[in-house]
Design a binder for this molecule. Structure first.
Ligand SMILES: *Cc1c(COP(=O)(O)O)cnc(C)c1O
Length: 408
């Protein structure tokens, strides 16, 4: 198969001025990948700076509640900065150090990847610039605040729809003129080769651990593994631990928004609004109109609100190795409420998509079967959205009072 392709998906559709940069990145990545000491350094860094290995938690109360399969939860929420994104950015940070570069750039929509990248840059002593649509800067003030305090420069992008894809264009524009000393930290298993393969490699640490842990705790492999799918990095992370064992079914859950039969969702592999296309440097299933214009997407979970999907997952979906489902905003809030009440766990709204599908299927399975849900992140960041969804009156009063205090 052609390098950087997964079936018909992937590739590297990049402007000629970036060829040399990508060549250098490919070389360094291949070298690191062939070097066991690099992986060892990465594992040690994640053990000392983040919380690896993250636990695999047996959710006894939820298992009893549904009365079917035993439910295990992989706790990526316990990573530093609260999600699996730390795995990717710290891995790329080590690679940047190897390349001798001094500056990193990133684009971010909801701001989570921006915060993770700013954290990594502070830890490694890199300069950091984060591009963010002006619209998103206004909507995601808490994340912008943290990025700036961590030392990053946040650049509001005013072109186009002033959201994620415009920020991405701006980041590429920066890279064209700064590539000698700058690395572009892509946040998920998307974009031009080698990013999908490289980010999947860093995230594979999730699946390697989960495979070992389920054998230790349950004695056998799980029947199914569930993960939410935005760009696809947490899903690819855990799936890689079970890809070679076909008896383990892999289930990716996309953002069903207000329903996949409406135009308010972000489901690429489910529903009928996505088609094959080339954009943002790679080929995948994009939510686009017949003219190739990207469609507006919606999800209650900002991290799943993306027009494309990993080329690796597009291929695994086409092969039938990964089954795709979608969860609606409403189902997500219900699953989150149940997880809090039954287990004291607060999954991120993104992660809760995986919980929805697992909760639908667990009761239909036998008591001697196990399933794993990848809890990609913690939900603290979602307090504004969740409190609004629960229509909590005391929270509303708190926000209004705080506002009044400041406007005095
Ligand atoms: C960013 C994010 C996601 C979506 O990204 P993937 O690349 O699909 O994993 C999912 N969960 C959490 C908690 C996130 O922060």
């Amino acid at each position: 198969m052609k390098k950087g392709y997964f079936g018909q998906w992937g590739g590297a559709f990049i402007p000629e001025v970036l060829y040399a940069t990508f060549a250098q990145l490919n070389t360094e990545y291949e070298k690191a990948r062939a070097d066991a000491a690099f992986w060892q350094e990465y594992v040690e860094l994640m053990g000392n700076y983040s919380c690896r290995p993250t636990p695999l938690t047996y959710a006894e109360n939820l298992s009893n509640h549904f009365g079917g399969a035993r439910i295990y939860i992989k706790r990526e929420d316990l990573n530093h900065t609260g999600a699996h994104k730390a795995n990717n950015v710290m891995g790329q940070g080590l690679l940047v150090k190897r390349m001798g570069k001094k500056r990193v750039i990133a684009e971010t929509g909801a701001g989570q990847h921006g915060v993770a990248t700013a954290t990594m840059a502070a830890r490694f002593g890199f300069d950091c610039t984060v591009y963010m649509g002006e619209e998103d800067v206004a909507r995601q003030r808490p994340n912008v605040f943290w990025m700036e305090k961590l030392g990053a420069t946040v650049v509001p992008v005013t072109s186009g729809s002033r959201t994620l894809k415009d920020a991405m264009n701006e980041a590429f524009r920066d890279w064209v003129s700064s590539m000698d000393d700058t690395h572009y930290v892509i946040g998920t298993v998307c974009g031009p080769h080698p990013f999908p393969e490289m980010v999947a490699w860093f995230q594979s640490i999730i699946g390697i651990e989960a495979h070992k842990q389920i054998l230790q705790q349950f004695g056998r492999l799980p029947s199914r593994v569930y993960a939410c799918v935005g760009g696809g990095s947490n899903a690819m992370g855990i799936f890689q631990g079970f890809l070679d064992t076909p008896e383990v079914e892999l289930v990716g859950v996309e953002a069903g928004g207000e329903g996949i039969d409406t135009d308010r969702h972000a489901s690429r592999m489910t529903g009928d609004r996505a088609s094959a296309g080339v954009a943002q440097g790679y080929k995948t299933m994009f939510l686009q109109n017949p003219e190739g214009q990207m469609l507006d997407t919606h999800s209650i979970a900002a991290g799943l609100d993306y027009v494309g999907v990993s080329p690796i997952l597009a291929d695994l979906g086409e092969q039938g190795r990964v089954r795709f489902e979608a969860a609606t905003d409403k189902e997500v809030v219900d699953a989150l409420a149940l997880s809090m009440r039954k287990e004291g766990l607060i999954p991120a709204l993104e992660s809760s998509h995986g919980f929805v599908q697992a909760f639908k299927e667990a009761p239909t399975m036998a008591g001697d079967e196990a399933i794993i849900i990848n809890m990609s992140g913690r939900g603290d960041k979602d307090i504004f959205t969740v409190a609004h969804a629960f229509d909590d009156p005391s929270w509303k009063k708190f926000i209004v009072d705080r506002g009044n205090e400041y406007s005095k």
